[in-house]
Design a protein around this ligand. Structure first.
Ligand code: NDP
Ligand code: GDR
Length: 371
């Protein structure tokens, strides 16, 4: 029997990789996309099937996690075997600017889907995956962090995700639903949103190396993250819904890296060694030696500066996950290492900006997007 999956957040990084994975496994995949004034399906356009084609395997529905009736209608129409709730306003810093909306979409959004499953009598049919996060650990209580580490959320985003975490556990216990939380540590890829730190860095490195940008402003360079590759992590999400019993799992690499080291690693990919001056807020990074002769900036040029506008009112300083439960029970482990992923991201961004480079060379204005 062909399985049917419904993915919220299908236009995002993880939604795209998960849709690809499930289509390859023979699933019929439905996704919820938001109405926007411009096309917002760039990442999934290669999966698109014209609505006039019969027997489609990839179907998009307009919807929003803040709209209960819309959720009920879509779940009723699709009758999914599996729902992956990946939709969220997922930027931690931005959540301080729009906390109420984030509580609604990221917190109550999960409840809306769980209620749709329950009210439609699908509790025995439909399995539910909640995109929980290592941000739940927040202020360090224990290292490494595992399924039993206490939570201490440090942002409106994390607090909203904490509600979603517990309501998922509660519906599992109260109604016997197959519902689980994947507590995922940071995962990145060439499809990562442009304002998350890794992608912001790899984009900047690509542009600087191509003469399209002079420098990049960053926030806290001392934060430490357990970074994996999104492709590995969507495989773990799927495995969580294929177990005999629903359980919550941490997915992580078990290694942590400082933001500054990711910056160094990324510049190394274009042949540049960076020396940082001092530590902390006033720090300015300078090129110490330029290895490639044709690098557009001189030795000693400042390419990284710290700007406190990127600091968070409350920061999560250290994330380091213990993925041993996922390995023991599901045989899951990460395949990509950080330097391979970093190289992939920098090269993908260089490819992306080749067009801009030609335009600039021919005298056309090139749009700057530094956020
Ligand atoms: P992205 O930000 O790339 O994607 C988020 C998706 O959610 C987009 O498709 C977005 O749509 C959609 N969305 C936003 N608001 C709503 C809403 N109100 N209703 C419906 N859909 C909405 O996130 P990722 O792919 O990186 O992450 C996927 C999920 O996993 C998120 O829930 C995130 O919080 C969580 N997570 C991510 C981790 C990571 O490191 N990537 C780690 C742990 C958890 P649009 O394209 O229109 O904006
Ligand atoms: P995070 O990811 O907050 O961990 O949430 P992000 O890449 O935004 O930040 C990681 C760390 O880098 C520091 N930082 C900067 N961050 C951004 N965005 N921009 C900067 O200029 C910058 N400079 C330094 C941050 O302070 C932070 O410490 C991601 C999201 O995908 C969440 O949805 C997910 O739940 C968690 O990962 C796990």
């Amino acid at each position: 029997m062909q399985k049917i999956a419904l993915i919220t957040g299908i236009t995002g990084q993880d939604g795209t990789y998960l849709a690809e994975l499930l289509l390859n496994k023979g699933y019929e995949v439905h996704g919820i996309k938001r109405r926007s004034s411009l096309f917002n399906t760039d990442r999934i356009d290669h999966l698109y099937q014209d609505p006039h084609v019969s027997d489609r395997k990839f179907v998009l529905h307009y919807g929003d996690l803040t709209d209960s009736t819309n959720m009920v209608r879509i779940v009723q129409e699709v009758q999914p075997d599996e729902i992956y709730n990946l939709g969220a306003m997922s930027h931690v810093k931005v959540s301080f600017d729009m906390p109420e909306y984030v509580a609604d979409a990221d917190g109550i959004g999960a409840l809306r889907i769980l209620e749709a499953i329950r009210l439609l009598g699908l509790t025995k049919k439909t399995k539910f995956y909640q995109a929980s996060t290592s941000e739940l650990y927040g202020l360090v209580q224990e290292v490494p962090q595992s399924e039993t580490t206490p939570f201490y959320p440090r942002s409106p985003y994390a607090v909203a995700k904490m509600y979603a975490y517990w309501i998922t556990v509660n519906y599992r216990e109260a109604y016997g639903m197959y519902a689980c939380n994947g507590i995922l540590f940071n995962h990145e890829s060439p499809l990562r949103g442009e304002t998350f730190v890794t992608r912001k860095i790899t984009r900047a490195v690509a542009k600087i190396s191509m003469g399209l940008q002079d420098m990049v402003y960053l926030g806290n360079l001392d934060a430490q993250r357990d970074w994996g590759h999104a492709k590995d992590y969507v495989e773990g999400m799927w495995r969580m819904l294929q177990q005999d019993e629903p359980e919550d799992f941490v997915l992580a690499t078990g290694k942590t890296t400082r933001v500054r080291d990711f910056v160094k690693m990324s510049f190394r990919e274009v042949g540049v060694e960076l020396a940082f001056e001092g530590e902390g807020a006033a720090e300015v990074g300078k090129i110490a030696s330029v290895k490639n002769d044709d690098f557009p900036l001189p030795v000693g040029a400042t390419v990284v500066a710290v700007d406190e506008r990127y600091f968070r009112p409350t920061e999560v300083e250290l994330l380091l996950g213990d993925p041993s439960k996922a390995f023991e029970k599901m045989g899951w482990k990460h395949e990509y290492d950080l330097s391979t992923m970093c190289a992939e991201m920098v090269q993908a961004d260089i490819e992306l900006f080749r067009r801009d480079q030609v335009l600039k060379r021919e005298g056309f204005a090139v749009k700057a997007q530094h956020e």
